[in-house]
Design a protein around this ligand. Sequence first.
Ligand SMILES: [Mn+2]
Length: 318
Amino acid sequence: MTSIKEKNIYRKIKKYSTIVIARHVGPDPDAIASQIALRDSIKNTFPSKNVYAIGASVSRFKKFGSLDKINNESINNCLLIITDVPTMERVDGIEGIKYKESIKIDHHPCDEKVCDIELVEESSTSACQIISQLIMNTPLKLNKDIASNLFLGIVSDSDRFLIKYTNLKTFKIVANLIEKSEIDFTSLYDKLYERPINEIKFHGFIAQNLEISKNGLASILITPEILKEYNVDASTPSNMINDFNYIKDILVWTFITLDEKNQIFKVNIRSRGPIINDVANSYNGGGHKFASGARCKTQEEVNNMLKDLDKVCKLYKK
Ligand SMILES: [Mn+2]
């Protein structure tokens, strides 16, 4: 069944000749795949429209397709669609764009309304899951490339259907994607999971050096020197944090990466029980109940945050 919001979104897409699609800074596969899949679907359905998927490109994600370079100042009266991002401050690369109306398609919790139409489903595994539904429920077109991207976004954000937001609906949508597009989905996993040996060695370093409290809080500080030693970049820790799930002694785990250039500690937090986004919120971050991020300015702030997370673990254990 097509929802009223989906109908309205399709109507707006139909109406505008120029559409800009953006997502969050520091993109992950769901962010990139959702914006590229939506762009390609709109372009396939309406070949004469100008549709751009924008934001800084990331070499690791080139496999999902290319992004568009535009002169923001020259874009007027467009429709702006933001995917996989709850607030305008976190959107990458929209400075100077004059948009007439805006649409948000997202699965992050957010209290504030930032767009004219908001299709937000907190219970969805991913932005790609919501866009898959949108495409299925409207005349928007699907092809193999679009379906591949949507499939990979869902698989990545649901951590291969491990996270709690995975449910019957997720599998129905995925089954529908596979049926309609006939994608050879197992051959797509290379795009997500192939990695160089130095990353595995870095993974080993983290496993060896995690500090674990008696309440089940695991943490590790990752300095620029360590990143250099293992020849990995600053985004690598956040890409492997989900690998440390299902460890018996750990309830909440956090990677703290020191970004020396910007003098900030970037913190990734995951949980397999305690709710962590309240703590993340009070340290310049936010996110989902069991997957959050934060930013601390000083080591002292980091220590306070770890104390707060440890308290959350202690309470949960009781
Ligand atoms: Mn996402």
